[in-house]
Write a protein that binds this ligand. Structure first.
Ligand SMILES: C[S@@+](CC[C@H](N)C(=O)[O-])C[C@H]1O[C@@H](n2cnc3c(N)ncnc32)[C@H](O)[C@@H]1O
Length: 801
């Protein structure tokens, strides 16, 4: 990428590209370093910086702006770099010895505070080779970093999230005190690149050469002790395929034609390793499948994104496959593809033959009994329903109840088998089968959809689903992370299993302690690593989140060998450490990529701790707030979930030094899309309706005044009425007449005052304010208006005639 290619695809000329142009950076990549430095601040203090793979020089420009004046900045690349003030550059391959000696020549006795590496082999041609090539390049740049960094120095590198990513991370952790992987906002989401910032170089006196040897770091060893899941689901030993990256490369979007999925013998393999099932137009079989009636919209949706299949979707898709197979005449039971086994029939004597016949007869008898029992049960079920519908008296049913054994319909076992609810739930009665239907049901004992077969199919689907989850988990680190957080959406996953045998653990421990011989095997990620974990589990525990667990703190800084490091790092958290581990992880404030799962009680605690805020009057006026409120109220979300949600790509958006137009645009377009549920919108609408239905303040006040006036009037009336009752001059009849007259007068509202008409002539002509001497309501009229009105009246009269 020495020379700047003209980026033709519109999408690549994004805002960062424009911003780079505006700010005079040679590449949009410059912002990646700007953002990394904003987050980790390693450039400000640096006096010597080496930039490996620096062309066209964006990172060097950033470094020269951020570092102190007079700092030594050295850039090297295969491509020449146009001069940059305060920077020295030369053309060389960073993997060569010449590059090393040239760097030595420039630096002399100095050591670098920061070594940067943003190198990438010519990306684009073949991703798989690129990924490995890039991982090798990273290792080479780390080798240079180890040679030139000061103790405590920083190494920043770009890594592709390929299969080798975890291995690289593991090596970094042996050599640096703090290793953080992050993706700055300016790095495209579609790109597999991620940046690793390694701080606190341990500067061992002697570096084990295997740390920088790609063969040792990315070693491929067949699993000597495959983990439990692997044993169950992957009977053959899998070797890592250098060219491959196929089975753990989730950055690739793998598709498989529907015809292959349906006709193939390993649907689980397909579901576990592909991202999409497609129906290519040129593939006739796939098109036939697409046009089947059973291929409904749901199936197409499932096929379009296999990565998100839940248990139910998974089962539906497999059921669709089975039905599709039977419609295409591919056989009903593909999973158990009958193998043609040629059995040699041994010579049998007469007695054995009789035994066999007897067995056959017994079997036939058993099937017959079972069929009859089922029919009887159906009959009983029908009777119950009829009784529940008032069509039959309870007496009539269950006459043979006493004769029926444990297996009868009323027997416990049957009840359990069918589910009590099914028997007792009158609200959803099963539609009783007719006699003929019973017959067919009974006779189709071996049929595909018979009861036993259904059960078998269910069991098979369950086991397939477990296999699928394992495959999914193996091919997706994020999924493991999700599992560890307890929020993956299927229930079956049992987690990463540790070998149960203590002896195994002891063995590996002693072997690594004995040193020497097992140097490399302790690096073997295939070996039962820490605490006897499988290779995958070991790498999993090597992730950032498990930092410091098992570290004795006094690691030998002088000689770090792969073996020592492996021993040091591969200690899994012991039970005692679990607590402090939890505590530490919970208090971590930086980029949390993973959090330990929270137990149900802890979740409860989360809720309890919120009780302090009880009673606080919060008005919910937006649909987002209402959604959140509903989720919290229904406990679909906990406090921890909210905190977790807070760590997203928007939580790290430093805006210093950016122009206003850019910030405005960011504020406008780059904001989180907060989820809104239909329920929340409806609830909010209802709330607004009730608020709107309430009268406004002025009306309420007017109503209050009116009420008050009425009360006063009534008080007056009652006073007067008291006077009337006490007077001795009136007869009782007169008194009551007078009181009712008072009452009706008080109740009568005053007649509306008619506005006084004021003619706008003389002094009143053209005035805007109240005419002099006029009180109360008035209306201005003029002679013109009078004439017009009269004319209008005449016209109306004429029309009527
Ligand atoms: C993404 S660019 C670096 C961009 C740079 N950081 C910037 O900000 O302008 C990757 C560079 O790595 C260089 N590169 C790849 N392999 C290399 C090698 N073996 N030695 C030196 N440079 C290499 C390429 O020539 C290319 O210029």
């Amino acid at each position: 990428m020495g020379k700047i290619h003209k980026k033709s695809a519109k999408g690549r000329l994004d805002k960062w590209y424009k911003l780079a142009k505006e700010q005079g950076y040679r590449s949009r990549a410059a912002f990646k370093l700007v953002q990394l430095n904003q987050k980790f601040s390693f450039l400000e203090k640096a006096k010597v910086v080496i930039d490996l793979c620096a062309a066209p020089g964006g990172w060097l420009q950033v470094a020269s702006r951020a570092c102190k004046p007079g700092s030594l900045l050295v850039g090297v690349d295969l491509a020449p770099i146009r001069a940059i003030p305060n920077c020295q550059t030369f053309v060389e391959d960073i993997t060569s010895d010449k590059c090393r000696s040239q760097l030595r020549g420039v630096l002399k006795t100095w050591k670098a505070d920061v070594v940067l590496h943003d190198g990438a082999p010519n990306v684009g041609a073949a991703w798989l080779q690129d990924a490995y090539g890039q991982a090798e390049l990273v290792l080479m740049s780390m080798k240079l970093a180890c040679e030139f960094l000061v103790p405590g120095g920083t190494f920043v590198t770009k890594v592709f999230r390929s299969r080798d990513y975890n291995n690289l991370l593991w090596v970094f952790k042996q050599l640096f005190n703090k290793v953080d992987a992050t993706k700055p906002p300016s790095s495209r989401n579609v790109s597999a690149e991620i940046f690793v910032v390694c701080r606190g170089y341990k500067a061992p006196q002697k570096l084990d050469p295997r740390f920088t040897d790609p063969r040792a770091v990315f070693e491929e060893v067949a699993e000597p002790t495959p983990n439990v899941e692997a044993k169950v689901f992957e009977p053959e030993k899998k070797k890592r395929n250098r060219e491959g990256y196929a089975d753990n490369d989730y950055t690739l979007h793998k598709t498989v034609p529907a015809s292959d999925f349906v006709s193939g013998n390993d649907p689980i393999q397909v579901l576990g390793t592909s991202a999409e099932i497609v129906f290519p137009e040129e593939d006739e079989d796939s098109q036939r499948l697409k046009n089947l009636e059973i291929t409904d919209e749901d199936v197409l949706i499932y096929c379009s994104d296999l990565q998100v299949l839940g248990k139910k979707d998974f089962r539906d898709l497999l059921k669709w496959r089975l039905r599709a197979r039977s419609e295409l005449g591919l056989g009903k039971r593909p999973e158990n593809e009958e193998k043609t086994v040629v059995e040699e029939i041994p010579q049998v004597d007469e007695e054995t033959q009789m035994d066999q016949e007897l067995q056959h007869l017994n079997e036939a008898e058993r099937i017959k009994v079972k069929r009859e029992r089922r029919r009887a049960n159906k009959h009983k079920q029908r009777e119950i329903i009829r009784m529940q519908m008032g069509m039959e008296a309870p007496m009539e049913i269950g006459m043979e109840q006493s004769e029926m054994g444990e297996d009868s319909m009323f027997g416990l076992s049957t009840a359990e088998k069918h589910g009590l609810g099914k028997l007792t739930d009158a609200s959803a009665p099963e539609i009783p089968a007719t006699e003929e239907e019973d017959e067919t049901l009974g006779e189709s004992e071996e049929e595909y959809d018979s009861e036993d077969e259904q059960e078998r199919l269910e069991a098979e689907l369950d086991s397939m689903y477990s296999q699928y989850t394992v495959r999914k988990a193996e091919s997706d680190v994020n999924y493991k992370v999700k599992r560890s957080r307890g929020d993956a959406n299927d229930e079956e996953w049992e987690g990463i299993q540790q070998p149960t045998s203590d002896s195994e653990e002891d063995e590996s421990k002693t072997a690594s302690e004995e040193g020497g011989e097992r140097l490399l095997t302790s690096l073997d990620k295939n070996d039962s690593g820490k605490n006897g974990l499988s290779k995958k589990a070991s790498l999993f525990f090597d992730q950032d989140i498990f930092d410091g667990i098992g570290d004795d703190g006094d690691a030998d800084k002088e000689i770090v060998t792969m073996n020592a490091a492996a021993k040091e790092e591969r200690l899994a958290p012991t039970e005692n450490e679990d607590e402090s581990f939890d505590e530490e992880k919970r208090t971590r404030k930086d980029d949390i990529e993973m959090v330990p799962s929270i137990s149900a009680e802890e979740k409860e605690d989360d809720w309890d701790s919120d009780s302090d805020n009880e009673g606080e009057n919060v008005d919910i006026v937006t649909a987002e707030a209402m959604t959140l409120a509903q989720e919290i109220a229904s406990r679909r979300k906990t406090k921890s979930d909210l905190i977790d949600d807070g760590y997203n790509r928007w939580s790290f958006q430093p805006k210093d030094g950016l122009p206003d137009w850019f910030i405005d645009e960011e504020n406008h377009h780059n904001k989180p899309n907060k989820p809104i549920t239909k329920d929340a919108v409806l609830a909010l609408r209802e709330k607004m309706k009730t608020i709107n239905a309430r009268p406004i303040k002025k009306i309420l006040e007017a109503q209050g005044r009116k009420k008050m006036r009425t009360v006063r009037r009534m008080q007056n009336v009652s006073k007067k009425a008291e006077g009337i009752t006490e007077s001795g001059e009136m007869t009782e009849g007169e008194k009551s007449k007078e009181i009712s007259r008072l009452m009706s007068r008080a109740m009568k509202s005053k007649p509306k005052q008619k506005p006084a008409l004021v003619v706008a002539k003389g002094a009143n002509r053209g005035i805007q304010s109240r005419p002099k001497g006029v009180k109360g309501k008035y209306k201005m009229v003029d002679s013109r208006m009078k004439k017009d009105l009269r004319a209008q009246k005449r016209l109306d009269k004429k029309k009527r005639k």
